[in-house]
Ligand binder design. Sequence first.
Ligand code: HEC
Length: 146
Amino acid sequence: MRKILLATAAIMALTGIANADVIAERKELMKSMGKSIGAIAPIMKGEKDFDAATVMAALEALKADADKFDPVALFPEGTDKGGETEALPTIWEQNDEFKADAAKFREDTAAAVAANPQNIDELRPVFQQVASNCGACHQTFREKQQ
Ligand code: HEC
């Protein structure tokens, strides 16, 4: 019995380490996506002039991150615990929806790069389409921010 308990504790500790790694990895990816959005936001707000190179670099970075955003590998079941995480259990309770949100995000970032906006009027709908994915997914699958 004692041996079994020890073995269980060891497995749980190892799982904890694995969870912490995958949690850190997906948070890094999210932070990078936040940076890309942050590079375009001042242009959208009119605080900075439109610059096609800046916009395209940010859209391409977003697309690359969206392609890396694997809703299965980065969200093993149970990783709403085992580290500092804002992931909600709804990720696994409504897993099809979570995967669909990730897929839509990938498609929208690819479409944004393909659209290749050349001025603020072209950028506006492209950016809104991409950025709507962030809030839509966070609403259901990420703990509310204070
Ligand atoms: C398909 C779902 C989904 C999409 C789309 C999505 N996110 Fe997230 N995001 C999450 C989840 C889940 C977390 C919580 C991860 C955790 O804490 O383990 C998160 C966390 C974050 C964080 C906090 C990272 C940290 O350091 O704790 C930032 C910043 C973020 N997302 C930005 C974005 C931006 C910007 C976009 C859109 C360009 C976006 N996300 C799109 C699901 C998504």
